[in-house]
Design a protein around this ligand. Structure first.
Ligand SMILES: NC(=O)c1ccc[n+]([C@@H]2O[C@H](COP(=O)([O-])OP(=O)(O)OC[C@H]3O[C@@H](n4cnc5c(N)ncnc54)[C@H](O)[C@@H]3O)[C@@H](O)[C@H]2O)c1
Length: 449
């Protein structure tokens, strides 16, 4: 049994402490958190206490930690900092020969992405980008079905990123990802995952990108008459507004004290929640915030060889899930990530031995021309598998993959989401945003020159 991988967590927030940190703590034989950097005392100490991090290895900033990295005996760092703080610590870690689990976005804009690429060239960095969907059993099944030729040559890929009306209000109107200048455009912050999946399934970069969308709803023009700055300050539309904050954080999520409630502050008691909503960011009226990212966007790609793909993203969905359809010359594959359901219509007559794709594979019906229809489930249907909690198993699987990659010494052999494999998704997102803002179709590579 190799020694546990020695990890430093940079940013002990939702991702650093509660996603990756939780996995490290649950797997002490394989990983050990030896240092933490986090400016918020309660976050730093709560996590460091649970991980048993020595007082002298607790830092208020990643810079201090990185300056001491030689003495900490680190193997790896997790960069789970705000979007605009990904490039510098990643370069610093790569220069020290440390493996990096890097949260997406790799970098929030064109200039910093180019900067990162240039500064890492020649360093042979070991970076696993947290494109966790590639590790989710659901998308692994999809990829296996497509790459094994089950639907013939893919012709169209269609993904819908259904953000969920509350999730969007939480993260993209009231939360950290509401403004492009302090984080990144929604098409990058939210949907670089989906673009990464499109790129992964297409097995090549696109050649043209076109995108449309806007911030159509969450602005002052739609504020109910008399609405105060914060819902809890006596909003006259409290009973009819879909986004009334106390209904969500204090009532619907009364039994939840992790994400998203934990972001309100350290006191998640009923009184603590209401106090945080009174004047904190998550209590803001969704029509009186300072958000500017699009609340819906549709992007189309064409690929060499004729394949086309589309991504539809909307805040205005009930469920928080992804749905997709891939059509091919010999079949059609579709599914729903939240439930794990997958459905394959094979156009050619059977029999088809598809048992490798799923244990509970069943031929459920005959298609209109008597062709077989297969249905199976890639992930257990449970609330734990829901998209916004653990990315349908992808969060834990990617963390485990990263730790194994560092421990084994064969990084590239273990990690599917290396920096090289992940960069195109970001260029696709930046091209989509540029297209949306300039109202024109972009050629691939146009933004890189
Ligand atoms: N892979 C995914 O699906 C996924 C999901 C959610 C968020 N993210 C990304 O993960 C990153 C972190 O998101 P989060 O939800 O954990 O946010 P968060 O705000 O909960 O956590 C970030 C933490 O970094 C800390 N921090 C700020 N400056 C610091 C510094 N100089 N040194 C050390 N710590 C510092 C903050 O105090 C905060 O606690 C973001 O880039 C986000 O876009 C990725």
């Amino acid at each position: 049994m190799p020694d546990p991988v020695r990890v430093a967590v940079l940013g002990a927030g939702g991702r650093g402490a509660q996603t990756y940190g939780r996995w490290f703590l649950e797997n002490p034989g394989r990983s050990r958190v030896v240092a933490v950097a986090e400016p918020l005392d309660h976050r730093r100490d709560t996590f460091a206490d649970r991980a048993g991090v020595l007082p002298e290895n607790r830092y208020a900033s990643w810079r201090g930690l990185m300056a001491d990295s030689a003495g900490l005996g680190l193997d790896a760092v997790v960069v789970a900092l705000p979007d605009e703080d990904h490039v510098e610590p990643t370069v610093a870690a790569a220069e020290r020969g440390l493996a990096v689990l890097l949260e997406k976005p790799i970098a929030p804009d064109r200039a910093s992405l180019l900067d990162l690429e240039e500064r890492l060239s020649g360093l042979k960095p070991r970076i696993a980008v947290a494109h966790v969907l590639r590790e989710a059993p659901f998308w692994r099944s999809v990829r296996q079905a497509v790459s094994s030729g089950t639907i013939g040559d893919p012709v169209t890929i269609r993904i819908e990123e259904n953000i969920g009306f509350w999730h969007f209000a939480h993260s993209y109107v009231r939360g950290n990802w509401r403004r492009t200048d302090t984080s990144s455009p929604m098409v990058l912050a939210k949907t670089c995952h989906d673009l990464d999946i499109i790129r992964w399934l297409a097995e090549r970069a696109p050649e043209r990108v076109s995108s449309m969308g806007s911030l159509v709803h969450f602005h002052s023009g739609n504020a109910p008459e008399g609405a105060p700055t914060h819902c809890a300050k006596g909003c006259p539309a409290a009973d009819t507004c879909p986004f009334h904050a106390p209904r969500y954080y204090a009532e619907a999520l009364a039994d939840v004290d992790g994400w998203p409630v934990a972001l309100l502050g350290p006191d998640v008691s009923p009184q603590g929640r209401m106090a945080a909503l009174e004047d904190g960011p998550y209590g803001r009226c969704v029509y009186r915030s300072d958000n500017d990212v699009a609340d819906h966007q549709q992007t189309v790609f064409s690929f060499p060889g004729g394949l086309t793909a589309s991504l539809t993203t909307s805040a205005f969905t009930g469920a928080n899930t992804r749905t997709f359809q891939i059509t091919g010359s010999r079949g059609e594959l579709s599914g729903r990530m939240e439930s794990g359901e997958l459905r394959l219509e094979s156009f050619a007559p059977g029999p088809h031995d598809l048992s490798r794709l799923g244990e509970d594979m069943r031929v459920s019906a005959n298609g209109p021309l008597g062709h077989p229809v297969h249905e199976w489930n890639a992930v257990p249907s449970s609330s734990e598998a829901a998209d916004h909690r653990g990315h349908a198993g992808g969060d834990d699987a990617l963390t485990e993959r990263f730790v194994d990659a560092v421990a084994s010494g064969d990084f590239e052999g273990h990690v599917a989401t290396t920096l090289e494999a992940s960069l195109d998704s970001h260029w696709m997102a930046l091209a989509a945003e540029h297209s949306r803002l300039t109202d024109r179709t972009l050629a691939w590579g146009e933004l890189r020159t």
